[in-house]
Design a binder for this molecule. Structure first.
Ligand SMILES: [Fe+2]
Length: 437
């Protein structure tokens, strides 16, 4: 990228970025941190007998986790209604159903506070519900044009605390909620600083019941955030906006995000085998939850890139889940196509993943990142080998998938460290049909 500009008439829009920042919610992390939920809500302004909404899914009700959250709140005089109809990969309709529930129960004023409890889908549903109730209208009003109306969100609404029970999506700290728009076969983000939760409470005791497949999938998503964040553009390779308020959500990697990426990759890669094979191991679960949090702080600040861009059209068309889709796409995209952007960085990634690259040339060592990632996936024994095993996807589908990726995912592709074309994305999809076997 060139920053040449006229000396006599400098255009501020053409200067490289010189500023970076970090914006994350308040965080409480640790075993039994749920005991501090009520205090956290008080800090955020919940009144003496405040009544909130807990947005979750019925599995967490059946497991008794919802009951534990409720009793922690009741000990301090707080209460909640429970909305447990959240679905995986929520649609606009599903978010509307939750908003409808609130309007039926409480009118436009809504609840005094909101809790999202579960995987990324429950957290995203809670995020959308609270801002739509505060700003009026429907979710699509706030989705970017042309899919939605692109209206601005001006009010964050009542306090929102998110409690993830998977170690993966990073929704608990991100300013984005992802919804699928079924009639358009697309996934869209509602993205605004007001969408971000006020606090995230991460208690690993809620993650020990996560089954092996979900543990593996969400770990691969978290690893994707950490690696994509580590290998994307530096913040100063992007341009400085004339108005800081228009600085993009994904603003490139910074010294701070790099630090979080490094720790995240190490924590996730060295604990995922234990977490998948021995779910009750609280130490491994805690390391995974911490790794996922660090990966999200890094990747969802610096910017997710090619694998995430490619994953959305796959998820929409073939109804695959986000984590398993990222898992099968990462070897060919982030750790394949993108390696040429900066091989030395990928050598570092290989080593963080646990590969021994001593004595190898830079080129060969950089390719070890992909090999090590695939070894990890195979070891877990519960992940599909590629797009074909995932959803029966074959060569006839990849042209369409590449077209949709390039058309609909410029938000992510803009920060990919290596420029892409429809042809290169198609070739990457073709490679991802099978990663082994
Ligand atoms: Fe993700």
């Amino acid at each position: 990228m060139s920053f040449e500009r006229s000396v006599s008439a400098p255009d501020p829009r053409l200067q490289p970025e010189t500023v970076w920042g970090i914006q994350i919610p308040r965080i409480r992390f640790g075993r039994d941190s749920v005991e501090e939920l009520a205090g956290l809500l008080r800090d955020l302004g919940a009144d003496e007998d405040a009544h909130g909404l807990l947005v979750t899914d019925d599995t967490l009700v059946d497991l008794g986790h919802v009951g534990r959250v409720e009793s922690e709140l009741e000990r301090d005089g707080l209460s909640v209604d429970v909305y447990d109809d959240c679905e995986r990969e929520p649609s606009v309709d599903a978010a509307e159903a939750c908003i409808e529930f609130v309007r039926d129960e409480r009118g436009e004023a809504g609840y005094d506070f909101y809790l999202g409890f579960g995987g990324g889908s429950s957290l995203d549903t809670a995020k959308v519900a609270r801002v739509v109730l505060a700003n009026g209208g429907e979710p699509l009003d706030y989705v970017a044009e042309p899919t939605g109306e692109g209206e601005r969100i001006t009010d964050s609404g009542a306090p929102l605390v998110l409690l993830p029970t998977t170690a993966g999506t990073g929704s608990e700290i991100s300013p984005v909620a992802i919804l699928s728009v079924e009639d358009q076969e697309t996934k869209e983000g509602i993205s605004d600083e007001n969408v971000r939760a006020d606090a995230a409470l991460l208690d690993p005791t809620f993650t020990t019941t996560l089954p092996p497949e979900l543990t593996a999938e969400t770990a691969m998503d978290a690893l994707g955030h950490a690696i994509e964040g580590y290998t994307t553009h530096r913040f100063d390779a992007l341009l400085r906006p004339s108005d800081p308020a228009t600085r993009p959500v994904y603003a490139g990697r910074t010294p701070l995000t790099e630090m979080f990426s490094e720790k995240a990759i190490t924590l996730l890669a060295s604990n995922v085998r234990t977490a998948v094979n021995n779910g009750d191991d609280l130490e491994a679960r805690s390391a995974m939850l911490q790794g996922a949090l660090f990966g999200a702080i890094a990747g969802l600040t610096a910017g997710a890139s090619l694998a995430h861009a490619m994953a959305y059209p796959v998820g929409n068309r073939f109804h695959t889940y986000h984590g398993e889709t990222i898992a099968v796409l990462t070897p060919a995209s982030t750790l394949g196509y993108n390696v040429a952007s900066d091989p030395e960085r990928f050598v570092e990634v290989a080593e963080m993943l646990g590969a021994d690259t001593s004595g190898m040339s830079t080129r060969v060592a950089a390719e070890e990142a992909r090999a090590e990632y695939v070894r990890l996936q195979r070891d877990l024994g519960v992940l599909p080998s590629g797009l074909t095993e995932l959803a029966g996807i074959d060569e006839d589908d990849t042209e369409w998938l590449a077209e949709r990726t390039v058309e609909s995912q410029q938000r992510l592709l803009r920060v990919n460290p290596r420029p892409v074309t429809k042809e290169t994305v198609k070739a990457t999809f073709d490679e991802a049909l099978s990663n082994w076997g």
